[in-house]
Design a protein around this ligand. Structure first.
Ligand code: ATP
Length: 813
């Protein structure tokens, strides 16, 4: 066992610190007057005045010690005690060894310091100068002689600084910067306090003016009451409104808004949101839908008669006070603003004081949640489009938003919305009605049990209320099998609900083909898009005056805006013969693609994208991307739902093509970012609480989703089914069942081929063009193989048809 050292580090440390302190106090209080006139010291000692005490803190020994330090090192003498204390602390506190490097550091510091002082202003004949004996010898005989005064100052100053940096580990430039920053901060804080004080004073002034006015008003009221009815003076004074006592600022008077109340029923029995007669026209297979009777409100449950529980004002004000007090406790001054109670959450608005960073409020989320005992809290800093910060807390009692309430809102039946979707009600009680035609595609995502299926049901119901099967057709994809079975009776379905993930790609390919066909027909007919096609002047009726045309062939929604500009342009084109049907090369497609009188909208609903992305990710992604990119003008819309918002399900390509999104509650911020590109969905409270990102906007709207029960949906579907039998398109069904290959040569594709196809897709995507020779060159393929790949890519809808020697168009951007 090694022997324990006799002198422990603590003992050495204490001794060194004491020695250092003695030396330090001796040197700082040193004056030659204290020196005793002993022998050689007499030459240095000075006389003290009669009765003048010694100045040195350590007495006569201190005077001698101080003399020794000063005469040896001059002004650099203070370094010796500092080094002693330094070593003492290192030993005592940090149990450190006395590194020779540190000792050398101190030695260099002392010597260079002393020599520098001598070089700066020492007397060449006197060694009692500012550098002491050491400074004199080193400075005078080494440095000044060899490199002159300027050289010595530079070299010694540099050596001194380097030794200082090595010893202390401090960077002088960083240190100076840090100091200046600290001073800047202090000044800024001081200014802020002064402004705040001024602001408080003006607030107090405003408050006292307000109080005086209130007193004056009450006095006048009392006098008037006394003059009119003396008995009235016995009545107690009205309680002051607690909200009026809130501190005043140049902010609007705060209010409590209860937007959670349901609206009362405005419809009479038998009323319908859309009651216009169906116009007898052709489309997919529309025979038998001429007398289609649109559903009425009665199919939905009547709106509850009784009022929803009213907001408790005191409770709301108490919570607001808690929020303000909590923020104040953390040094954040805010002025309370409006309190808005929505169906699910209550939003407390606050005005941050001038110069306050709103991010500081968001940082206190956990503290605010604790203070308000909230299960979930969401902070909007700031509320988009407002100058306030919003703190959203879940209501203890939630008020559901029945679908019927939204459908009765005039906004739903407004002509401005082509495909109105009743989505929900926002925190201010405003109905949120989307327009699928404007979206033009929608992504709905959220964890299971968050309200997704209810939302999809309300969306489908919204469309069933407006459109008959001749105006809108559905393709429903439901790999989960259970969610959409009740819709199988709907006459709106193009094919029965597709549940087999393998057939989904075929169904999507059919949609892509249908889209291409519609575009060919639009080009043939000389119209730009779906709306212009359906409202176009029919060729056989060209002689009919424009007004009569409008009357005779009303569009299915009589209120719908007719694209007059396009009608006029087509009419004039027909007159001038530009669009005449006799052009030879156009004859073939016209026979191929029969021009119907009208096209119905096609809405593709996919419930659970994740299952499809597991089966055939590349194909599904590609079809969705193609439909999403081009289908808007063809009247084809996509609604995709998923409970797995992961980046490999909702891929970048899918997201880039579907800008309109609805997020329900999710479990993590990451999931929220996948859906909305921002956090927030993780703060929702579930059961229909949702965030809606409308088309062309970056502003998320928080709302409570519409609620429709399974029974209501069933009644609605039964009503539609009673009007017409399901009328599935047999050809399409057959094509889907056969995998949608349309007779192309994809049957014998091996896994190795599949890999090559993926590479070809990558090349096509990078180059944004595709040809046999390009694939030959880039992938070193033979001609036959490359040509086959191009055929497969065309069959899969990645590239367009061949056009002579020109490279083919790539649809996948
Ligand atoms: N808008 C709403 N208003 C009131 N309650 C709702 C609403 N939406 C959903 N809920 C409640 O939440 C429950 C679950 O909703 P829903 O079945 O739509 O969830 P989901 O996300 O589709 O789940 P899953 O993915 O498992 O099907 C419903 O049974 C209903 O009670």
């Amino acid at each position: 066992m090694p022997e324990a050292p006799r002198w422990s580090n603590e003992v050495i440390g204490i001794i060194l610190i004491c020695a250092g302190l003695l030396a330090f106090l001796s040197v700082i209080s040193y004056t030659p007057k204290d020196l005793p006139k002993w022998g050689i010291l007499e030459a240095f000692a000075q006389d003290r005045g009669p009765g003048e005490p010694r100045h040195n803190f350590i007495g006569i020994i201190g005077a001698l010690l101080g003399f020794a330090q000063v005469s040896l090192f001059g002004s650099a003498g203070y370094i010796v005690p500092v080094a002693l204390i330094w070593f003492g602390v290192a030993k005592l506190v940090f149990d450190a060894r006395l590194w020779p490097r540190t000792m050398i550091g101190f030695a260099v510091l002392t010597l260079s310091g002393a020599a520098f002082m001598h070089a700066l202003k020492g007397n060449s004949e006197d060694f009692t100068g500012p550098g002491g004996v050491t400074g004199y010898l080193l400075g005078e005989f080494v440095f000044l002689r060899l490199i002159g005064k300027v050289g010595s100052l530079i070299l010694l100053g540099g050596t001194y600084l380097v030794a200082l940096i090595l010893l202390t580990g401090q960077k002088p430039v960083g240190f100076i910067k840090g100091c200046s920053r600290m001073v800047g901060d202090l000044v800024a804080r001081f200014r802020e306090r002064r402004e705040q004080a001024g602001f408080e004073a003006s607030k107090e002034e405003l408050r006292s003016v307000e109080r005086d006015r209130e007193r004056e008003r009450r006095r006048k009221e009392r006098e008037a009451a006394k003059a009119n009815t003396p008995a009235a003076s016995l009545e107690p004074e009205p309680e002051p409104n607690p909200q009026q006592e809130l501190p005043l600022r140049e902010t609007p008077a705060p209010q409590i808004i209860d937007a959670s109340q349901r609206r009362l029923a405005s419809s009479k029995p038998g009323d319908k949101p859309f009651d216009h007669k169906a116009s007898g026209h052709l489309s997919l297979s529309t025979a038998g839908f001429e007398d289609y009777d649109r559903p009425g409100f009665d199919l939905l449950d009547p709106l509850p008669e009784e009022e929803a529980p009213e907001a408790n004002r005191d409770e709301l004000l108490a919570t607001q006070r808690t929020i303000v007090d909590t923020l104040r406790a953390f040094g954040i001054e805010v002025t309370p603003g409006d309190i808005t109670r929505g169906p699910t959450i209550t939003r407390y608005e606050i005005y941050p004081s001038t110069g306050l960073r709103v991010s500081r409020i968001s940082q206190l989320e956990a503290d605010l949640a604790r203070a308000t005992r909230a299960e979930r809290i969401n902070i909007l800093a700031p509320i988009p489009g407002k100058d306030t910060v919003g703190i959203e807390l879940a209501n203890s009692q939630k008020v559901s938003v029945p679908l019927r309430e939204l459908l009765e809102d005039p906004e739903f039946s407004s002509a401005k919305k082509k495909i109105p979707l009743a989505l929900g009600k926002d925190v201010y009680g405003k109905t949120v009605i989307g327009d699928l035609a404007a979206m033009p595609h929608l992504l709905v995502a959220g964890a299971t049990g968050s309200g997704k299926s209810v939302c999809i049901n309300s969306i489908i119901a919204s469309m069933l209320f407006k459109f008959g099967p001749h105006e809108l057709r559905f393709i429903m994809v439901d790999p989960k099998v259970v969610e959409m079975q009740m819709y199988n009776k709907l006459p709106h379905l193009v094919v029965p609900v597709v549940t087999d993930p393998k057939k989904v790609v075929a169904a999507l390919k059919w949609v892509v083909n249908e889209m291409e066909k519609r575009y060919r027909v639009f080009a043939k007919t000389g119209v730009r898009n779906f709306d212009s096609f359906n409202s176009r002047v029919r060729p056989e009726k060209t002689e009919t005056p424009a007004e009569e045309v409008a009357e005779e062939t009303p569009p299915w929604n009589a209120d719908e805006e007719v694209d007059m500009e396009s009608i006029e342009s087509i009419a004039s084109a027909l007159e001038s013969g530009e669009l005449g049907p006799e052009a030879d090369e156009d004859e073939l497609p016209i026979e191929e693609d029969k021009v119907p009188d009208r096209y119905p909208y096609i809405v593709v609903l996919i419930d659970e994208l994740a299952d499809l992305m597991q089966t055939a990710p590349a194909d599904v992604e590609m079809c969705i991307a193609r439909i999403a990119q081009k289908a808007r003008a063809a009247g084809i819309h996509l609604i995709i739902a998923t409970q797995t918002p992961r980046a490999d399900v909702v891929t970048g390509i899918i997201k880039a093509n579907i800008p309109c999104r609805i997020a329900f509650q999710v479990s993590s911020q990451l999931d929220s970012r996948v859906i909305l590109d921002t956090k927030g969905a993780d703060k929702l409270v579930g059961k229909g609480d949702m965030l809606y990102l409308p088309p062309g906007s970056a502003k998320l709207e928080r709302s409570q989703g519409a609620f429709v029960s399974d029974e209501e949906v069933e009644r609605l579907v039964n009503h539609c089914a009673a009007q017409a039998e399901p009328n599935f398109e047999v050809d399409i069904q057959r094509s889907i069942d056969s995998g949608g290959d349309d007779g192309d040569d994809e049957d014998d594709i091996s896994p190795a081929d599949e890999e090559l196809i993926m590479k070809c897709i990558d090349v096509a995507r990078q180059e944004q063009k595709c040809s046999t020779s390009l694939l030959q060159r880039r992938l070193r393929l033979g001609y036959t193989r490359a040509a086959r790949m191009v055929d497969i890519l065309e069959a899969r809808g990645v590239v367009g048809p061949g056009d002579g020697a020109k490279p083919r168009e790539v649809y996948l951007k």
